[in-house]
Ligand binder design. Sequence first.
Ligand SMILES: Cc1cc2nc3c(=O)[nH]c(=O)nc-3n(C[C@H](O)[C@H](O)[C@H](O)COP(=O)(O)O)c2cc1C
Length: 403
Amino acid sequence: MVDRRLPRPGEILPLIGRRDRSLTRLQARLERCASIGDIRELARRRVPRSVFDYTDGAAGSELTLRRSVEAYSRVEFTPRVLRDVSSVDLSVEMLGRRSALPFALGPTGFTRMMHHVGEPAVAKVAGEAGIPYALSTLGTTSVEALAQAAPGTRRWFQLYVWRDRVASEALVKRVELAGYDTLILTVDTAVGGIRLRDVRNGLTIPPQLTLSTLAGMALYPRWWGNLLTTRPLEFASLSSTGGTVGDLLTKVFDPAITGADITWLRSIWPGKLVLKGVQSVEDAVIAVDLGVDAVILSNHGGRQIDRGNVPLEILPSVVDAVGDRIEVYVDGGITCGADIVAALAFGATGALIGRGYLYGLMAGGEDGVRRVVSILEKEIRTTMQLLGVTSVGELDRSCVRLR
Ligand SMILES: Cc1cc2nc3c(=O)[nH]c(=O)nc-3n(C[C@H](O)[C@H](O)[C@H](O)COP(=O)(O)O)c2cc1C
């Protein structure tokens, strides 16, 4: 027999969930997103499909991207217990400076298309979190404007070397003068990858007003309103040509980059030099010989070669070959903090995040990026505590394997 009684109003009221009035409606929505996956779904609903697809999509049949994500699902941790994990240090040394968290926000082109606040908002959040932010050559904010908007953020610059070396050198000089401490040369873009979603959606740079985009305005009035009432959406360091990003890459960037160009860059750039897009042990060894400070094992988030190899899978061999001489970073397919912990355990110095923070940007501008960083931080911390480690330095291959 259950002893029932009439509920008293005073007992019911505290049970009624009320929105924290200090949060905006959007912030409250972001707070309810428990994972990057949830943020991705929110992003999908808040921007036109072509914008979401440009960010979310990859090249060809998107096998590289799917395999990169899938590799992390094969990670199996070996938790150790009976250890005091009440306080955990998530910081790591990255290219000569301490980063509060073991990841950086990686370079992404055309960021103001995802949300009109663009790169300055992302860089601001990175600064608050004490992590680096990398501005892309294809950014929609100039090198100087970003430095001005986020003076306290550790800034890296990602370079695409143009066919015109004199112009490239002038850009590198501006990067140095604007106080960026690291130059990342991306080398997986001899030509643009074949991104089918962009072709099918007719996505051009900048987005063009066609009958179908006009129809789409009705569905995303806020996004279009912001696009049309803020400064024009264009590349800050080069002029747009009206084609897809793939077309643009192919037209502007030089398919003839070789080791000699790295030597040339080394001679004109005094800061840290990093190669992004290394995808084999052999090229990592060559990178060391060329005098770079780090490599980023990356397949460009699957946006370049389809059926490329998976950074997480080649990470241990690359670390074995060059890890005692240079730092090894990894990106591509990271969807949660546990993925970052796995990469660190396999020997990475740190990770870069691409789509993860862009989903946040599309979902909620600066607040969305902040939510993503806080989700990742919580997930990294919790995973480390449950693994029985209290600092990144304690993570090693005894903690992890690929099933
Ligand atoms: C929308 C978008 C734009 C990107 N633009 C650039 C870029 O301009 N330069 C670059 O080196 N990498 C670029 N990348 C690749 C990222 O730096 C990073 O390698 C990749 O996103 C990592 O994979 P993830 O998105 O799964 O985290 C871009 C990625 C995305 C998703």
